[in-house]
Design a protein around this ligand. Structure first.
Ligand SMILES: C=C1C[C@]23C[C@@]1(O)CC[C@H]2[C@@]12CCC[C@@](C)(C(=O)O1)[C@H]2[C@@H]3C(=O)O
Ligand SMILES: O=C(O)CCC(=O)C(=O)O
Ligand SMILES: [Fe+2]
Length: 371
């Protein structure tokens, strides 16, 4: 039987033994949540105040969308899209489903806790084990059907919430396929070059995870961290954020740049697997979420990847004598296991050789110190 995404962590269980707090009852920042200057990626470090450098916004109905996408992937690794075709009503529905989930009592949410060796359910971010301090957030991951967990959360209304998730995943999958061809097309790659994309290039067998993130208002936002700096272990990620800012991307030479919430727009991140497929031409983007004193923030990430057991390696059209393959072949499941072990050094752990040109692979995050 081919590997399933839900099995990715079977051999990498996460035994956090942490107590899930009721954030609303915390009026002071507990020491376990207070990041200091010694902690890697301290929240207020390196911010790019006053720098006029903003994340590209691409109108997908424009004829030059392909060229703009290629440029954004090469120079930023992140962009926002408008005219993406996702109905506003669906975005509103998923936002209220997320709000409803995170406002349940802690004991209720814990009935749907993510098991240590599982992928789906409620809990701390998987990357929490790499840090001495806790993150000011809670998450809920959905891979496959959410019905068992949702029945625990909302015994009466679970079907309504399952339908929203199903519809959202269907729409996101279609958009992810479209974005993949904008990214790959801008590299001169066509559907015949990517066998696992299917005969029509529709990415039928693709796998995906949906991650709902909640960042409660925080009494001391400057000392807290919502979600620590990381790259996504995906081909690409499509992120919906509510009207509260918090997402920041690390920009070479500039520092942390905020991705401002734009009504109706969606954020697209280049993930580690596009980094590998493109042989480092489209580097994955290091990003994090910071928190604020007054507003609750919610984000919903659609983490899109290949079929779980397909080998991903630099595309043959992009390698040659002057561009040797920089990464060894790896499946998505294996990469998630590597990330669980090496975190921000996962990409360099699958690297074959140093790039010949200094422009390739600028964002390999080799220098990120793991605590
Ligand atoms: C497919 C996945 C990517 C992810 C781990 C996961 O199994 C599902 C959640 C994803 C997420 C979202 C928040 C940040 C992140 C680093 C994490 O801890 O869980 C990512 C993981 C990833 O991209 O490596
Ligand atoms: O909340 C955000 O803006 C970032 C979320 C994120 O990076 C993720 O879910 O991978
Ligand atoms: Fe992310």
């Amino acid at each position: 039987m081919p590997a399933r995404l839900s099995d990715a962590f079977k051999s990498h269980p996460l035994n956090l033994q942490l107590k899930h707090p009721d954030f609303n009852s915390l009026h002071e920042l507990p020491d376990s949540y207070a990041w200091t200057n010694n902690d890697d990626h301290y929240p207020s470090s390196l911010s790019s105040f006053g720098v006029d450098d903003s994340v590209p916004v691409i109108d997908l109905s424009e004829p030059n969308a392909l060229k703009l996408t290629g440029h954004a992937c090469k120079t930023w690794g992140v962009f926002q899209v408008t005219n993406h075709g996702i109905p506003q009503k669906l975005l509103d529905d998923i936002e209220s489903a997320g709000k409803s989930l995170f406002s349940l009592p802690v004991e209720q949410k814990l009935k749907a806790a993510r098991p240590p060796d599982g992928i789906s359910g409620y809990g701390f971010a998987r990357i929490s084990s790499f840090f001495r301090k806790l993150m000011w957030s809670e998450g809920f991951t959905i891979v496959g059907s959410p019905v068992d967990h949702f029945r625990q959360l909302w015994p009466q209304d679970y079907e309504k919430f399952c339908n929203i998730i199903e519809e959202y995943e269907k729409e996101m999958k279609r958009l992810a396929g479209r974005l993949m061809w904008l990214m790959l097309g801008s590299l001169g790659i066509s559907p015949e070059d990517v066998k696992w994309a299917g005969s029509k290039g529709e990415f039928k067998g693709a796998s995906a995870a949906l991650q709902l993130n909640s960042y409660p208002a925080c009494p001391e936002p400057d000392r807290a961290m919502g979600l620590a700096a990381h790259t996504d272990s995906t081909l690409l990620t499509i992120l919906y954020q509510n009207n509260t800012s918090g997402l920041q991307v690390l920009r070479d030479g500039t520092g942390w740049v905020t991705v401002p919430p734009m009504a109706g727009a969606l954020v697209v991140n280049v993930g580690d697997l596009i980094h590998i497929l493109s042989n480092g031409v489209y580097p994955s983007v290091l990003h994090r979420a910071v928190v604020n004193r007054t507003q609750h923030r919610l984000s919903i990430a659609y983490l899109f990847g290949p079929p779980a057991s397909v080998q991903i390696s630099p595309l043959s059209k992009l390698v040659g004598p002057s561009h040797p393959p920089l990464y060894r072949p790896i499946t998505w499941n294996e990469y998630l296991g590597t990330k669980a072990k090496h975190f921000n050094k996962a990409l360099s752990s699958v690297r074959l050789c140093a790039p010949l040109s200094s422009s390739a692979d600028v964002n390999d995050h080799n220098s990120v110190k793991v605590v």
